[in-house]
Design a protein around this ligand. Structure first.
Ligand SMILES: C[S@@+](CC[C@H](N)C(=O)[O-])C[C@H]1O[C@@H](n2cnc3c(N)ncnc32)[C@H](O)[C@@H]1O
Length: 246
């Protein structure tokens, strides 16, 4: 059995379990910074007026809604996630905000996107990539799903570099975060897993290198809120060979 197949049931069950309290805990544990981080990622999307966008690991739909809010209802957003609990919450939220005409939700896995060919002007993934061990395969899948000139935006939590803020962050993630998580979600394992998944995530230079290896060009990244989150951007360009072709 490959690593991909081992990790999927464990991660999926965990997200199914925490789905009902996911939004509440996100806002609480990040002191609402999660809202600002998603807003920042969406404001970095550069797509044509009537774009077709994909949000992978869409969870409860916040990124998809932010895209329609910022970019307008001329756009179409597809959201995929492998947790049906998350998708049900996303569907309700999207209906409440009257956005169901522009946001299309599907059950699906990041390793194997349920779309054919070069479909998307932009692909986003927020707080999803750290749950995926084989990041290169997924990045290649995203690259294949983008139109030429399309862009990938990855938002992910990170560990601040050094200094006082690092000490505060360590105390917070080892003590306060698991305690609050256990209290509100009754799932102590998930909120112990969260800090360890952040600690195991590659540093920004390494992750940017994986994006390049998957074929992305002009890869750049920006630290947000003292480096607790990082926004990565990469572009799919025409390959050198086809640029030279007549
Ligand atoms: C931390 S949540 C992030 C949700 C949302 N993007 C947000 O901004 O709040 C991670 C999400 O990724 C989904 N997920 C994790 N691995 C996945 C995979 N391989 N394919 C599809 N969804 C996945 C989980 O079900 C969960 O909804």
């Amino acid at each position: 059995m490959s690593m991909k197949n081992i990790e999927i049931p464990f991660i999926r069950n965990m997200f199914e379990n925490i789905a009902p309290r996911y939004d509440l805990l996100n806002r609480l544990l990040s002191l609402r910074q999660d809202v600002y981080w998603r807003r920042k990622m969406v404001s970095a999307i550069k797509t044509p007026d009537s774009g077709v966008l994909l949000d992978v690991a869409c969870g409860t739909g916040d990124v998809a809604l932010e895209i329609i809010q910022q970019k307008g209802s001329g756009n179409n957003v597809f959201g995929i996630d492998f947790s049906t609990g998350m998708l049900t919450l996303a569907r309700d939220k999207i209906d409440t905000k009257n956005a169901s005409a522009n946001i299309h939700l599907l059950a699906g896995n990041a390793f194997n996107l349920p779309f054919r060919g070069k479909t998307f002007d932009a692909i986003t993934i927020a707080f999803g990539i750290r749950n995926i061990n084989d990041k290169l395969s997924v990045m290649k899948e995203f690259h294949a799903g983008l139109k030429t000139d399309g862009m990938l935006l990855v938002l992910e939590l990170a560990t601040p570099d050094r200094g006082l803020f690092l000490s505060i962050y360590r105390f917070y993630s080892k003590t306060i975060l698991p305690f609050v998580g256990r209290l509100f979600s009754k799932n102590s394992m998930a909120y112990q897993y969260l800090p360890s998944s952040v600690a195991n995530f590659p540093d920004p230079d390494n992750f940017a290198a994986t994006m390049r290896l998957a074929g992305f060009q002009d890869v750049a990244w920006e630290k947000l809120t003292f480096g607790i989150a990082v926004l990565y951007v990469g572009h799919k360009k025409r390959s050198r060979r086809s640029r030279l072709e007549p």
